[in-house]
Ligand binder design. Structure first.
Ligand code: ZN
Length: 247
């Protein structure tokens, strides 16, 4: 879902509190302001760049911050007994990242990824979002296709990808001619947000959920009017995925 054409809103930008004027500065003899607390030491191993693999490392760093993901992947990789799938490779890579004392090379995972998804072959740059979708799809398929899955369908629960990353959007479209409304549900595992330099993530989210006017070639076919009409379409989250990266 490309949203690059979504019109931008005027934003109200809040400014941080300004420092006191120099004349109001405390005398040199005054106690120095307390230092901000130091960040906790990094608890996870870094990842070696294997040549334009920052897209892979970026996704792995985010996944490592998702609570429960490692636990679910470990359980499902063992149950799937599929040593040749991305599910088990992803699980072991995240576990090594969490426990290795020094930097870790994700070469095994990368090799498996390139074997299963030829689009990632070669040494070029790739899209992190595309990679995330491939990984989640592979995790889901490995779980759904595990040995004996057909015998326990519906009893073993959804895959880790479904449990943690599946959400649902509802698009409400309102015809501007008859005011009739229709809704359409759509599952999602990620949102494609507009990126603008110096704008925070919240800005991209606000753009995504902004009402969109459908006109010209994008007119909406209204079944009540039996014609293509101008309309307003608004997305909202009906069900949010529980996976939240930890700070
Ligand atoms: Zn209508």
């Amino acid at each position: 879902m490309a949203l690059g054409s979504v019109p931008r809103k005027r934003l109200r930008v809040s400014t941080p509190p300004q420092p006191a004027a120099a004349a109001a500065a405390p005398p040199a003899a005054a106690a120095a302001p307390p230092r901000p607390p130091r960040k906790a030491a990094l608890q996870h191993a870094g990842l070696r760049n294997l040549g334009n693999t920052c897209y892979l490392n970026a996704v792995l760093q985010v996944l490592l911050r998702c609570p429960r993901l490692q636990e679910l992947l470990r359980q499902q990789a063992a149950a799937a007994s599929a040593a040749d799938t991305l599910l088990s490779d992803l699980s072991s890579t995240l576990e090594l990242m969490a426990t290795a004392p020094s930097s870790h090379s994700p070469s095994s995972l990368l090799e498996r990824l390139r074997r299963q998804h030829p689009v990632f072959r070669g040494g070029g740059q790739h899209d992190a979002q595309e990679l995330l979708r491939c990984l989640l799809l592979s995790v889901h398929e490995a779980w759904a296709l595990r040995p004996g899955a057909e015998r326990v369908a519906g009893s073993a629960g959804p895959s880790a990808a479904e449990q943690l990353f599946h959400g649902e959007l509802v698009y409400t479209t309102r015809c501007l001619q008859c005011d009739g409304r229709r809704t359409r549900r759509e599952g999602f595992s990620d949102l494609s947000l507009s990126v603008h330099h110096e704008q925070p993530l919240e800005w991209g989210l606000a753009q995504f959920f902004e009402a969109e006017r459908l006109r010209s070639s994008e007119k909406y076919f209204c079944e009540s009017c039996r014609a293509c009409t101008e309309a307003v379409r608004t997305p909202r989250v009906r069900h949010a995925p529980p996976a939240e990266p930890q700070p």
